[in-house]
Ligand binder design. Sequence first.
Ligand SMILES: Cc1cn([C@H]2C[C@H](O)[C@@H](COP(=O)(O)O)O2)c(=O)[nH]c1=O
Length: 213
Amino acid sequence: MGRLIVIEGLDGSGKRTLTQALAARWQADGRTVATLAFPRYGLDVHADLVQDALYGRLGDLSDSIYGPAVLFALDRRAAAGQIRDLRQAHDVLLLDRYVTSNAAYGSARLGGPDRPTDFPAWVRALEIDRFGVPAPDHQILLATSVELAGQRARNRADQDQDRALDRFEADDGLQRRTAAMYRRLAEQDYLSPWTVLTPDSDGSFSLPAAVVG
Ligand SMILES: Cc1cn([C@H]2C[C@H](O)[C@@H](COP(=O)(O)O)O2)c(=O)[nH]c1=O
């Protein structure tokens, strides 16, 4: 069964670029790689509903913390069979966002690491234990600065109206608490061992042996 590797981080942290670089590196080594990104907009009704909520089209749902988290979780529940199949057929399955996104953003909305809650444990119980979503083997946190990630997300929003900032992205305080929450979850080995990557001065990432394998 192939390794399930997850890339996590803020919007604009470089997840998509690193996904492509890692996939190319493994393929050059002769390994087969599949990739998936969450939320699966356009593919899963729960993902589309949560997008509606994040752009203010579902009334007071976006005021809730648990409501959107349940929708994100249902998107992964619906993908669990596909994840198992892709792991059977490939050496590596690389995911752009996964269960820890839910734990990090929800906890940040509840106040971040300064106000610890059982939200990460609730996410784990819902997604892994109750929904049977496969646990990752390894997670990578892209610890790009909040300023640089925010700048990239704003540049994308200016260039492409389909990538306008959602409610989470438009909230600088939330982004800051989410970054801190990600670090805390990585320190705690939430769901798996973690590798925390900080970008080089040009914004790119070197690929350490723990990740490349
Ligand atoms: C996948 C996922 C994303 N999110 C957040 C991260 C982003 O701010 C927002 C939408 O994700 P995206 O910007 O990667 O499309 O939702 C969660 O809160 N929980 C999740 O499970």
